[in-house]
Design a protein around this ligand. Structure first.
Ligand SMILES: Nc1ncnc2c1ncn2[C@@H]1O[C@H](COP(=O)(O)OP(=O)(O)OP(=O)(O)O)[C@@H](O)[C@H]1O
Ligand SMILES: [Mg+2]
Length: 334
């Protein structure tokens, strides 16, 4: 195993809401090695962004409660860091490409002001070395295929198209070198040619510069092309994790199998029936397996007990009673 840069252990994250605690993320484990590319895949609302925002330390104690678990970045627990340490972490250790480029940029500053501020506070250049700072900002914009960096630097966010703003967000995450880059659906507003170039850029960063990447995506195709290992998340649980090729060769959790069956095939055959139902209510989540109400194989035990993660192959783990010892057969259970 490579040197671990991020180690999430037994982490739960609850939002404080007017209905009570919303227990979104529930006892998850996730590790990222140095220079490794990880995919975090799961349907909308399953807790991907929540988990990664907590890694970045941007969700304050007024919003969330972390009842258990730890998040170690380069061996230090992010959850116990004080504000100055968190700022340092975000300046020098991790970057996150936000899922919502429309709200990630400050509307009252030009792109140039926002980018150069990031570079200034990274400590990479002398704060008064205006020329070098601007040069670095230009290079970052060019690296994300924005061809007129002068104009972009002078523009306010509202003067750019959605795709341009998204690329500015990517540029601001890449403008200073970080050990870990979290890309939260970085290409949603981009056309396929630009998407392809951005994915290539992320791959080069990880493979040549040995930066680690967490790619959050709904697209199994993107994950298949880009990442080394995949974590499948459902309803705040990690339900399966394995090397990318194994996921496509032997998807094992019923949810993963359902996800894969939803991908339309080039050879035709019509659209699949999908996965019936929707993600659980996190204020009153199902007691046992959170996928249970939607699972075609669910038995009695699944409703009351959380399935343990079991190893079913090299680096391949699944949280499902279908693989755990003493598995209740569907017929017996019902
Ligand atoms: N500030 C908040 N307060 C309360 N609940 C929240 C808050 N932010 C997110 N949630 C809830 O947490 C759950 C997970 O949201 P999250 O944004 O982490 O999902 P996601 O997996 O990133 O989904 P998507 O793929 O749509 O981006 C959702 O039910 C959402 O409503
Ligand atoms: Mg999200």
């Amino acid at each position: 195993m490579k040197e671990t840069i991020l180690n999430i252990e037994d982490l739960s994250i609850w939002y404080r809401t007017y209905r009570g605690y919303s227990r979104v993320v529930d006892h998850i484990h996730l590790q990222v090695g140095k220079g490794e590319k990880i995919g975090l895949v799961g349907e909308s609302g399953c807790g991907k962004t929540t988990t990664m925002k907590t890694v970045m330390g941007v969700l304050g104690n007024d919003k969330i409660h972390v009842p258990n678990g730890k998040i170690e970045f380069r061996g230090k627990n992010v959850l116990t860091m004080k504000q100055p340490e968190l700022l340092k972490l975000r300046r020098t250790g991790t970057s996150m490409i936000s899922q919502s480029p429309m709200s990630a940029l400050n509307p009252v500053f030009t792109i140039g002001q926002q980018l150069t501020d990031i570079i200034k506070y990274s400590g990479l250049y002398k704060k008064n070395d205006k020329k070098a700072i601007e040069q670095a900002a230009h290079e970052a914009l060019t690296s994300v295929m924005l061809s007129d960096p002068e104009r972009i630097m002078a523009s306010y966010p509202h003067q750019l198209s959605g795709g341009m703003r998204q690329r500015v967000c990517i540029a601001s995450a890449l403008v200073t070198p970080k050990d870990l880059l979290i890309a939260d659906e970085p290409c949603t507003a981009l056309d396929v040619t630009i998407q392809d170039q951005i994915h290539h850029l992320l791959r080069v960063l990880a493979e040549e510069k040995k930066r680690s990447l967490i790619m959050i995506t709904h697209s199994l195709g993107v994950a298949r092309e880009l990442v080394d290992r995949i974590y499948i998340m459902y309803g705040g649980h990690i339900v399966e994790t394995c090397r990318t090729e194994d996921l496509f060769q032997s998807p094992s959790h019923p949810y993963t199998q359902g996800l894969l069956s939803c991908v339309p095939r080039l050879s035709g055959g019509g659209l699949s029936a999908g996965i019936y139902g929707y993600v659980p209510d996190y204020v009153n989540p199902p007691e046992g397996c959170r996928f249970c109400p939607r699972c075609p194989h669910a038995g009695k035990e699944c409703r009351t007990k959380r399935p343990p993660m079991v190893e079913i192959g090299p680096e391949h783990r699944v949280a499902c009673f279908c693989y755990a010892k003493g598995e209740p057969k569907k017929e017996e259970a019902e």
